[in-house]
Design a protein around this ligand. Structure first.
Ligand code: GTR
Length: 358
């Protein structure tokens, strides 16, 4: 038995290649299993979300040409749509390389309202030829305890939809994807959803539920994101649910100190993105997220890609060390030095992976 198989065996993970009734998953019935994974994740962890609105309308509030040394235009957009309780709208910043068609495009959620931002090196991303659509997450749903009385949370009945805020932010990113369907510049076969930390978790949720995203780029997403929960270091269900219960549905809290009984682990979330691409970023000093558990999750999910299309995370039989970048399969993992942060270096990894997608 190899080192990684031993590490995985210790975690005692539920199998992603068995249906809940124990029957085997094959490449022929994979879509059915994917639906089952999404049901499990909705019921147990993130809550269920309303269906997409019929129509998303876009208004251009402001357009600035010749930005970033003339390399791009920047538009302030407002997306609006009908919900169960009336009209809802939120702002989106659109940054598009001048004169380019078929742009690889990043949809990204941000912690702050300003652009650029320390987590968003706009000019560098533009230099890769990529467009950016950026949403400030508090414009969708407030990241704090408001008893679901504000933002998109207030627009649907909680008795019907028990979504937590991670799922709400992810759902909003899908509305940006609705807008992109009719925009003239994106390469719709290369649209990524990207985010850091809680918004890295959000990126994975978004791509898992919305097949129109070709890549999920999840930076330092850790607990309840990319990292295996069972026996991880750092943050656990009890910590995250105590601090941020409103990110999840209530059921998730019942697994505090009881993770062994979860009928899922985070490799289910990664697997639900297969056979599309996943790029995971980890940082050496980010023990709260736990780089090894992030890596093992990718190793565990790999068997899905291997079954469907040959390659998941292509990696050596050892745990990762700083400087590692495994990018030859459909899951990419990099481990950089330093702290919990969405750095230029991380973006370079996501941009190169995006450009390799042809
Ligand atoms: C932490 C949380 C982490 C991560 C982080 C962040 O406090 O426990 O899981 O999401 O916040 O989003 O910055």
């Amino acid at each position: 038995m190899g080192i990684i198989s031993e590490e995985l065996a210790k975690r005692k993970l539920p199998s992603v290649l068995r249906f809940s009734d124990g029957s085997p998953v094959t490449s022929d019935n994979w879509e059915k299993r994917r639906e089952e994974l999404l049901d499990i994740l909705s019921r147990e962890e993130y809550g269920n979300a309303p269906p997409p609105p019929e129509r998303v309308e876009t208004e251009t509030v402001k357009c600035e040409e010749h930005q970033y040394a003339g390399k791009a235009y920047v538009k302030s957009l407002r997306l609006s749509f009908d919900t169960d309780k009336g009209r809802f709208s939120f702002p989106v910043t659109e940054i598009v390389p001048t004169g380019k068609k078929k742009c690889p495009t990043f949809v990204t959620l941000n912690f702050r309202a300003d652009v650029p931002d320390k987590y968003l090196p706009v000019e560098e991303i533009l230099d890769y030829g990529c467009a950016i659509l950026r949403v400030y997450y508090n414009d969708v749903a407030f990241d704090g305890e408001d008893n679901f009385k504000g933002g998109i949370a207030a627009m649907y009945d909680r008795a019907e939809y028990n979504w937590g805020k991670l799922r709400m932010w992810a759902w909003a990113a899908s509305r940006v994807m609705d807008y992109l369907q009719n925009a003239d510049y994106p390469d719709l076969s290369r649209v990524a959803i990207a985010g850091h930390s809680r918004l890295g978790k959000t990126a994975l949720i978004c791509a898992a539920f919305d097949k129109r995203f070709a890549i999920a780029c999840a930076n330092d997403s850790g607990c309840s994101g990319d990292a295996i929960t069972r026996d991880k270091k750092g943050e656990h269900v009890k910590d995250i649910f105590k601090s941020f219960p409103y990110w999840f549905c209530d059921k998730y809290g019942t697994y505090a100190d009881n993770e062994a009984s979860m009928p899922f682990d985070q490799h289910f979330l990664l697997s639900a993105i297969a056979p599309r691409k996943v790029a995971l970023g980890a940082a050496l000093e980010d023990e709260w997220a736990d780089p090894d558990s992030q890596y093992l999750s990718a190793c565990a999910a790999s068997e899905v890609w291997e079954m469907i299309c040959g390659k998941g995370l292509v990696h050596p039989d050892r745990l990762p060390v700083p400087g590692d970048c495994f990018a030859s399969g459909n899951i990419k993992y990099h481990l950089r030095r330093g702290r919990h942060f969405l750095s230029r270096e991380d973006w370079q990894h996501y941009c190169t992976y995006m450009l390799d997608l042809r």
